[in-house]
Design a binder for this molecule. Structure first.
Ligand code: NAP
Length: 249
């Protein structure tokens, strides 16, 4: 299979200081994209992502921004345009989760989840879309979750925030298709990142047994799907939710 090239393209990846976001940034950098590595608080890890990009022969910069705040999301996109010349690809990856019974959650907790996962995605899209429309090209990939497709007990608001991302993806794709901008989502299953660190080894083993492929996914499994969606192979693909879950749902 021909290796995708994104040489000369500029990509913004939110929440790229670790986990899935870092893997996405590295997969895009491997094929020549310049990367704006966004993070919220962990500057050291964001610098590490940039260091790995440089070791691959790539280039980029790190940008601190809390994407749940509209003006910070705007600053992220504006900084990428100013310093890297333009934005061809936006990957809305930053997200948070909280596991527990819905009745034990409080307003602050559900506001936080919705603000980061759903509003953060909207904030970044809104800030980049005018720029992409004026250039008549662009590619947006939103990272949702398999729970956004089917809902999960003890992750109710998280599931809803990701379901909202899925529907936003489908709707925005229709609105932006005439401007030659594609919008898709990747809905990962259980991926081996810090987000799942709370699992005990017994819980982890039990969960692995529920996955037909018998293992957690890794960041590369998601990163390679994002790479496909950003490339020529997906030139006629928009408004789709691609589930990457080892067959779990
Ligand atoms: P993670 O390891 O917890 O990393 C989260 C990343 O998001 C970090 O880089 C963090 O930055 C950043 N972030 C959090 N809040 C932010 C904010 N307000 N503004 C900017 N950046 C922010 O998570 P992950 O497992 O890689 O998950 C990445 C995405 O995949 C999320 O959207 C998640 O919901 C989704 N997902 C994950 C799984 C899974 O099993 N892991 C499954 C399905 C979907 P700092 O380091 O600076 O805090």
């Amino acid at each position: 299979m021909k290796v995708e090239s994104l040489k000369g393209k500029v990509a913004v990846v939110t929440g790229a200081s670790r986990g899935i976001g870092r893997s996405i940034a590295l997969e895009l950098a491997k094929v020549g994209a310049t990367i704006a590595v966004n993070y919220k608080s962990n500057e050291g890890e964001a610098k590490k992502t940039l260091k790995y990009i440089k070791e691959l022969g790539g280039i980029g910069l790190i940008v601190k921004a809390d994407i749940s705040i509209y003006n910070e999301a705007k600053l992220l996109i504006d900084t990428a345009i100013e310093q890297l010349g333009r934005v061809d690809i936006l990957v809305n990856n930053a997200g948070i989760s909280k596991v527990g019974l819905f009745m034990d959650m409080n307003e602050e907790e559900w506001n936080q989840i919705i603000d980061v996962n759903f509003k953060g995605t909207i904030n970044c899209c809104h800030s980049v879309v005018k720029h992409m429309v004026s250039r008549k090209c662009g590619c947006i990939v939103n990272i949702s979750s398999m729970w956004g497709n089917v809902g999960a007990s003890c992750e109710t608001v998280y599931s809803a925030s990701k379901g909202a991302v899925n529907l936003f993806t489908r709707a925005l794709a229709k609105e932006l298709a005439p401007s030659n901008i594609r919008v898709n989502a990747v809905a990962p299953g259980v991926i081996d990142t810090e987000m799942n660190n709370w699992l005990s080894s017994e819980e982890r083993k039990a969960l692995e047994e529920e996955i037909p492929m018998g293992r957690f996914g890794n960041g590369q499994d998601v990163g390679k799907t994002v790479l496909f969606l950003c490339g020529e192979g997906a030139a006629y693909t928009t408004g789709q939710i691609i589930t990457v879950d080892g067959g779990m749902i």
